[in-house]
Design a protein around this ligand. Structure first.
Ligand code: BES
Ligand code: ZN
Length: 618
């Protein structure tokens, strides 16, 4: 019925409003979305013109969000909004009625705006508030250079509505232009065409010409500079980080070239990375044209750059072909991990890729163990209605998703699988898809065509891991495991072997200490390798976890843990460490640190840790 209605009204309006927007947003039916109040089948946004001022003194963003809309005969358009001050709303330049609905603590409020049949543009005058969840305002002390303040946004999954009123569903696609005014000493960058130098007056104009989902609208403001790597890749960072970042990410052009060779042309022209201050709650965030990254990825030896391969891969899986709802999150992340491993294999060989895959396999095992009382959460297809979509964002989507795709690849042959994936990205470019549509596409274009049977539904709709899983073998890791076993037995370790280890081997070594490893043995290892003071954030993080597990307190490790937790806000890292405290009945110690560290964390991180430690912020 809906199809009929929208086709009909568009036929009638052929030369008017439908005509100019169908180019970006082909007629489509939006499916039920539990995490947005918008009713895009009735009226949908297609383009945003943002005009905002970023004020560090008050920590408020204020201005207008003005939308081109496509009205399918509705008398109102509904936007999502949370913790925003809505001052006024206009339809085609005239004040119009608007209503603010009931507040939901996860979703925020529906903002219903009266429109006419022929309304083309809706403009919202608004301000952010101190409750915003997307924004983190940093004092100079919280940055690398410690001279100027910094601001960044984090939109995924449903936080964009806390800094822009918007139809905040991944099914929505819009282009945007933005005028952003910032203090003249600072530079602004977005998930759009970006400046390479500061302007005199602090006014920046941005354009994102390809339609993207709202969770990918992003802004960072700080005392940053740009350094190119190739004519389409480069890094933004604060002064003291710029050269380090430039060195660390110098393979970026090769990564883009390898990715294109695998699954088709890079669709976004430019691929840059901005290194953010350490409180950034993620390793990386795939904002189109400008990946946001944690400084903890800078190890000095390019050893953690699979994270960049991961965010780059999202330029296909996620940004080009987007999960329709957060229940389908595995379509974004599982495909991205698979693609990431393929880029790493192409650039650095099978050994490195298999080590990474084995690390993911162990993460998955630990996650399955953690969910043993709620096996529903180990399905790829989730049911997050009534929950915060963040609840579904764990390693099931990533590592079970990866294992499913790798198993599929090994079943059908790499050649066939690659051809299939390339077509999948091409045929779904700039659109959204969900699990059910993917299964249908897979059956029609890969399995039935080749007469292959595969237990897809079991992988996707059942908890746990099916028996036909691919077995990931890493000879290097087998050797590391031998060394662990031998050390526990003999108390000695062949340092000639360990000098050739990559950081991945160190991580695997440390993560696989047996429970009965003694404090004395921890001490021996720390005396020999000084793991407590490792400059590699990943090795340090897993070592701190083991120090807590094994009651090791030598080498000032407790102080180091506290410093790490106070400076770094990357959720995966800090939650691993707090979880270790909790698991070992040391919640009081965790809370003592958390009380001091919390003010440095982004809301994404405090939400998780508040829950974990049952911390009540008030
Ligand atoms: N898109 C995710 C980050 C994300 C997930 C933000 C869910 C909000 C909700 C990003 O691509 C990601 O997966 N980051 C990982 C990197 C890693 C898997 C290489 C991270 O932050 O650790
Ligand atoms: Zn990802």
């Amino acid at each position: 019925m809906r199809i009929l209605v929208s086709v009909l009204s568009c036929t009638l309006l052929l030369l008017s409003s439908c005509n100019d927007t169908t180019k970006q947003t082909p007629l489509m039916i939006y499916i039920e979305e539990p995490h947005s109040f918008a009713k895009p089948n009735e009226a949908v946004i297609t383009h945003l013109d943002l005009d905002i001022k970023v004020d560090f003194a008050t920590e408020i963003i204020s201005g207008t969000a003005s939308y081109l809309i496509n009205n399918n005969d509705a008398s109102e358009i509904i936007l999502d909004s949370k913790y925003l001050d809505i001052e006024n709303v206009q339809a085609d330049g005239e004040d119009t009625n608007f209503a603010i609905g009931n507040f939901d603590k996860t979703l925020g409020i529906p903002l219903s705006i009266s429109i006419k049949k022929d309304t083309k543009r809706v403009t919202v005058f608004y301000k952010t508030t101190d409750r915003t969840e997307a924004l983190q305002w940093l004092k100079p002390q919280q940055t690398a250079d410690k001279e100027q303040p910094f601001l960044f946004t984090q939109g995924q999954a449903i936080l964009t509505r806390t800094w822009i009123p918007i139809q905040d569903s991944p099914q929505i696609r819009l282009t945007y232009n933005a005028k952003v005014t910032v203090p003249a000493e600072l530079m602004a960058v977005m998930s759009a065409e970006n400046p390479k130098t500061k302007t005199q007056d602090g006014v920046y104009n941005f354009k994102m010409a390809q339609p993207i989902s709202p969770y990918l609208i992003a802004l960072a403001v700080g005392d940053i500079a740009y350094k190119p790597i190739s004519n389409r890749t480069g890094v933004y960072a604060e002064k003291s980080m710029l050269d380090k970042a430039h060195f660390e990410f110098s393979d970026m052009e090769n990564m883009v070239a390898s990715a294109e060779k695998l699954y088709g042309t890079y669709a976004w022209e430019q691929f840059d990375v901005i290194v953010l201050p350490p409180s950034f709650p993620f390793g990386g965030m795939e904002n189109p044209r400008l990946t946001f990254a944690t400084p903890t990825v800078i190890a000095g030896d390019k050893s953690l750059t699979s994270l960049i391969a991961h965010e780059l891969a999202h330029s296909w899986s996620g940004n080009l072909v987007t999960n329709a709802t957060w229940d389908d999150f595995w379509l974004n992340e599982g495909f991205t991990v698979y693609f990431e491993m393929r880029i790493m294999e192409a650039l650095y060989g099978k050994d490195r890729a298999n080590m990474l895959a084995r690390i993911g396999r162990q993460d998955l095992e630990e996650e399955l163990e953690g969910f043993k009382d709620t096996p529903e959460d180990t399905k790829l297809k989730l049911h997050l209605e009534g929950r915060n979509p963040d609840d579904g964002m764990n390693s099931i989507a990533y590592d079970k998703g990866y294992l499913f795709l790798r198993t599929l690849e090994e079943t059908v042959s790499r050649e066939k699988f690659d051809a299939f994936l390339k077509n999948y990205f091409e045929s779904h470019a700039f659109s959204t898809t969900n699990t059910e549509k993917f299964i249908k596409y897979l059956n029609e274009n890969l399995l039935e065509k080749n007469g292959i049977t595969f237990n897809t539904e079991k992988w996707i709709y059942q908890p746990g891991i099916p028996e036909n899983q691919a077995i990931i073998v890493s000879d290097k890791f087998e050797k590391v495991e031998d060394i662990v076993r031998n050390f526990v037995k003999t108390n000695s370790i062949d340092t000639a072997i360990t000098t050739t280890w990559t950081p991945q081997e160190w991580v695997h070594f440390v993560r696989n200490f047996p429970e009965n490893m003694s404090v004395k043995q921890m001490e021996t290892l720390d005396k020999t390798f000084n793991l407590t003071n490792s400059n590699n954030s990943y090795i340090a993080m897993v070592w701190y976890e083991q120090a807590i597990n094994h009651n090791y307190h030598g080498n000032n490790v407790d102080e180091r843990i506290e410093t790490f937790l106070t400076q770094v806000g990357r959720r995966w890292y800090v939650s691993t460490i707090y979880k270790a405290f909790k698991r070992n009945n040391k919640t009081a110690e965790a809370l003592a640190i958390y009380k001091k560290a919390r003010e440095n964390y982004h809301s994404v991180t405090t939400n998780t840790i508040d829950d974990m430690l049952e911390f009540n912020a008030k």
